[in-house]
Design a protein around this ligand. Structure first.
Ligand code: F3S
Length: 389
């Protein structure tokens, strides 16, 4: 990979230890995947924030980076942590919360904004064609597919390295030719709800792995496509999908989706018939329209006392949705920022059964949270939340 003089100096350690390690990570990746050079990025998004997920070893690594000159050059945002400051902080043991605060402080020391959301694309406008270095698979798919920005699916170390150097190697979907579809997926059945899109995503992710699909017959809203992409990236390695059939004639493998495929995927994501004691809307974190839609369904209703309703979103979206947040909280729901159920210790809160409209959460929760799961659209989730015990 060709390096500029300045990049060579960084690699030789002239900018300090953290810069040298960051350059080593990027050049190693670039050499491995055939990049020819480093390209500037518009922003980085760093994962590896929740103490539940990363544990103590990662704290030592971040401490080394922060104390040995690791400072970001690119605008950098942060994925969710394991609790919020208002509702969950007091419900977890101090030994957990102190470690989590330490992780966030270390990222802040590196000049990373403590946004703690998996939807950085709601915080500021992302333009088509911008090069990014984002970790968080659901955000990567959204950026590439809905916003037509260009980012590989970074891991936590490579996103942090790119943030520090302000550049990323130009391989993978940073190259035009690697963004072209190689499978044509025809959706032969109508998709009615966000869980249909999520179930389709889980089904396809397993089959496609890292292939790039182009869809025929898919007409979802951005919120529904967000569910599709997040689920594909959870069960497979999807970084990008196309919602239109390509104009150019590519040699494409074909695949068709029938209602039976959606039904099978949906039932594979439901592990129980038990009544849930936690209902979650907001994986990936809710958009303003999703917060509004929850509020409209909760108008004049009350969440029953044996159930918790969490609506997870970013602080940015919460601040812009004050009147809807008010309706949700008056009904007994909790609008929670900075975290989500997957990266939080919900079992320690006594949760045994989780109901959600997110196929991604339904896919991960039985193993990562050790709880039973029910998958159902938002409307049904709210009905159950408000049903008499
Ligand atoms: Fe976001 Fe957590 Fe889902 S990080 S994509 S809400 S698993």
């Amino acid at each position: 990979m060709h390096l500029t003089k300045q990049e060579e100096h960084r690699l030789d350690g002239e900018y300090g230890w953290a810069n040298q390690i960051a350059m080593k990570i990027l050049t190693r990746l670039g050499d491995l995947f055939g990049a020819t050079r480093l390209i500037p990025i518009q922003s980085a998004h760093v994962s590896g924030v929740s103490y539940k997920n990363i544990g103590d070893t990662a704290i030592d690594f971040l401490n080394e980076f922060a104390s040995k000159g690791g400072r970001t050059q690119a605008l950098t945002t942060l994925n969710p942590s394991s609790f919020d400051q208002e509702y969950l902080l007091k419900r977890y043991p101090k030994e957990f919360t102190v470690k989590q605060q330490r992780i966030i402080e270390l990222y802040e020391k590196m000049l990373i904004k403590p946004t703690m959301t998996c939807t950085p694309y709601y915080l500021r406008k992302i333009n088509a064609g911008q090069h990014l270095a984002w970790a968080e698979s659901s955000a990567v798919v959204y950026a590439n597919s809905i916003l037509n920005a260009w980012t590989n699916r970074e891991g936590a170390p490579s996103a942090l390295a790119a943030a520090i150097v302000g550049k990323t190697p130009n391989y993978g979907v940073h190259q035009y030719e690697n963004r072209q579809p190689n499978v044509l997926v025809t959706v032969e059945t109508g998709l009615q709800t966000e869980t249909d899109y999520g179930a389709l995503g889980i089904h396809l992710g397993k089959l496609l792995k890292d292939k790039i699909p182009a869809f025929e017959g898919l007409h979802g809203s951005d919120d529904n496509l967000k569910q599709l992409g997040a689920a594909m990236a959870a069960s497979g390695m999807t970084t990008l999908f196309h919602t239109r059939t390509p104009k150019k004639k590519y040699k494409l493998e074909t695949m068709s989706i029938e209602s039976r495929d959606i039904e099978e995927a949906r039932s594979s994501l439901c592990t129980t018939d038990q009544t849930p004691n936690l209902i979650l809307i907001g994986c990936p974190h809710c958009s303003t329209s999703e917060v509004k839609s929850v509020a409209q369904k909760l108008e004049c209703k009350r969440v029953n006392k044996n159930t918790e309703l969490w609506v997870c979103t970013s602080r940015h979206v919460k601040d812009r949705s004050v009147k809807y947040v008010d309706v949700i909280e008056r009904a007994g729901g909790h609008v929670i920022c900075d975290t989500c159920v997957i990266v939080s210790w919900i079992k320690n809160l006594g949760v045994h059964t989780l109901m959600t409209n997110s196929a991604k959460t339904a896919f991960y929760a039985p193993t990562l949270n050790e709880v039973e799961v029910k998958l159902a659209p938002q409307e049904q989730c709210i009905q159950v939340a408000c049903a008499s015990p």
